[in-house]
Design a protein around this ligand. Structure first.
Ligand SMILES: *[C@@H]1O[C@H](CO)[C@@H](O)[C@H](O)[C@H]1NC(C)=O
Ligand SMILES: *[C@@H]1O[C@H](CO)[C@@H](O)[C@H](O)[C@H]1NC(C)=O
Ligand SMILES: *[C@@H]1O[C@H](CO)[C@@H](O)[C@H](O)[C@H]1NC(C)=O
Ligand SMILES: [Ca+2]
Ligand SMILES: [Ca+2]
Length: 195
């Protein structure tokens, strides 16, 4: 009797291990969840609802002269930006959130994104990797450096998640309407980011 129960539990344990292994995202699945040019849509990224406003998907120049890009990073597609004209106010925030990624512990990958920060009253751009589960905290983050040149700049940081995670991109409104901050071409590649 005991032996049978033991066997059943062992079988159940092996089955659950096998199913949790097959549920993990392999690297192509991770890229499918994170890579996005924003040219057609937001891919699998979503607009947070419990924040102050949404990212705007746009092509060409932003509506306000003196801020924002004139084209997307690719040259003719779409990008996302925070429109900082009225009714936006100082320190309001918008979050773009990736799907949850569940992959092998300590898998190393390089997260890359382009941003454009041009204007006299820029707020802040903050990219963070958030874990879920036991600890609800930011484990890796990137902030700025923003500057006022009319160019697309690259952000790249190495990710080594220790559990299920998602990436959150936060744009914050600065002190005025010349603060459009744009993002484009989010992607992830295997291995650490090149130095
Ligand atoms: C974890 O973060 C989420 C999203 O910010 C929040 O809704 C939730 O309440 C947090 N949970 C805990 C235990 O802090
Ligand atoms: C802005 O970015 C450009 C391109 O990377 C760089 O050459 C320049 O030094 C930066 N300016 C400031 C003030 O950080
Ligand atoms: C994701 O982006 C990486 C880096 O740019 C690229 O090498 C890879 O082919 C892309 N994968 C998918 C599924 O789009
Ligand atoms: Ca684009
Ligand atoms: Ca929002």
């Amino acid at each position: 009797m005991l032996k049978t129960v033991e066997r059943i539990f062992t079988a159940l344990w092996i089955a659950s291990l096998a199913s949790s292994r097959s549920n993990l995202d392999d690297f192509p699945a991770v890229q499918n969840k994170l890579n996005c040019t924003f040219d057609a849509d937001l891919c699998q990224w979503t607009q947070a609802k419990n924040d102050d406003f949404d990212w705007t998907r746009h092509t060409g120049s932003t509506p306000t002269d003196g801020t924002g890009p004139t084209t997307d990073h690719g040259g003719s597609g779409f990008y996302l930006f925070i429109e900082t004209s009225a009714p936006r106010a100082l320190d309001e925030q918008s979050f773009l959130i990736s799907p949850f990624i569940d992959t092998w512990n300590h898998v190393t990958m390089c997260f890359q994104m382009f941003y454009h920060a041009n204007g006299a009253s820029l707020g802040d751009l903050h990219v963070s990797l958030e874990t879920s589960g036991y600890v609800n905290s930011t484990v890796q983050e990137f902030s700025g450096p923003l500057n006022s040149s009319d160019t697309w700049e690259k952000i790249a940081f190495t990710i080594r998640p220790i559990s299920k995670f998602q990436i959150s991109i936060r744009g914050t409104v600065g002190n005025g309407f010349l603060g459009d901050i744009a993002i484009d071409d989010v992607s992830v590649a295997p291995g650490a980011c090149p130095p």
